[in-house]
Design a protein around this ligand. Structure first.
Ligand SMILES: [Mn+2]
Length: 259
């Protein structure tokens, strides 16, 4: 599997500059795992996208080119969540009916005047890269009024942390998988802030009451069983805000378990 480092953090609106350090740190920590929990030996081919922190459009062109070449069977390591815009756009070209499952504390559905880590998902929808029906949000627990209205008006499928604990993790996972299995290309985007800051403090926004790390692994171990899962990214890991590398190590384990 390819591991694609995308050390870009200028889409974070100045709120998480250090996440450009995420890909190197996570890649280094992957080496500390010999096997996945399924006893697989993870072997990654590592590539890097050229980024220019002062040039968002050039960087996004480079992300688009790189993912267009690689097409599938990759994990892209951000960087901030804006990278998902061009990564998904390149990924989507090869499918008739692509879809995305996003783990995130926030919906990232702010009005997209600019491309950044709060708007990328709405921009994908408004630019007709993805059908709004083919978006599933998991672990959201804080949103802006405008995002909430957009979610209601457009019937975006959102499984909040409250839904997850009230209805049960297994039931939510069943519901997500029964929709996602019908897409011809499934992309999984993991914002590390979907996990509770108790487990993942090294990120821009520490939103309380998120997934435990084990709940995250339950969900990804099951989602990984879907044969149409072809592209993955892990974003918003900020080593500058981390404690004892615990967030970077969690992201490294995510790579290992998704291998
Ligand atoms: Mn996000």
């Amino acid at each position: 599997m390819k591991l694609i480092k995308i050390p870009f953090s200028k889409g974070s609106l100045g709120k998480s500059e250090g996440c450009f350090k995420g890909p190197d740190k996570v890649t280094e920590l992957i080496k500390e795992f010999s096997f996945s929990e399924d006893k697989a030996l993870p072997i990654f081919d590592i590539e890097q996208v050229n980024v220019d922190q002062n040039n968002l459009s050039l960087t996004h062109n480079n992300i688009f080119k790189k993912i267009s070449e690689i097409k599938n069977n990759f994990i892209a390591l951000g960087g901030d969540h804006s990278i998902t815009y061009s990564a998904f756009k390149a990924f989507a070209q090869q499918f008739q009916n692509p879809g995305i499952i996003v783990f995130d504390a926030h919906p990232d559905l702010m009005p997209p005047e600019n491309l950044d880590h709060e708007t990328y998902l709405r921009k994908l929808i408004e630019d007709n890269v993805i059908k709004k029906e083919n978006v599933i949000l998991i672990a959201a627990r804080n949103w802006d009024k405008e995002e909430y209205k957009y979610i209601q008006d457009n019937k975006i499928k959102l499984y909040s942390m409250k839904n997850i604990t009230m209805e049960g993790l297994t039931n939510i996972c069943d519901a997500v998988m029964s929709v996602a299995k019908d897409w011809d290309g499934l992309y999984l985007s993991l914002d590390i802030d979907s996990v509770d800051p108790a487990f993942a403090p090294g990120t821009g926004y520490t939103e309380p009451a998120g997934l435990t790390s084990r709940e995250m692994f339950y969900l990804i171990h099951r989602i990984k069983l879907l044969k149409n899962l072809k592209g993955i990214d892990i974003v918003e890991v900020n080593p500058d805000k981390d404690i004892n590398n615990m967030t970077s190590r969690l992201a490294a384990k995510l790579c290992v378990e998704l291998y």
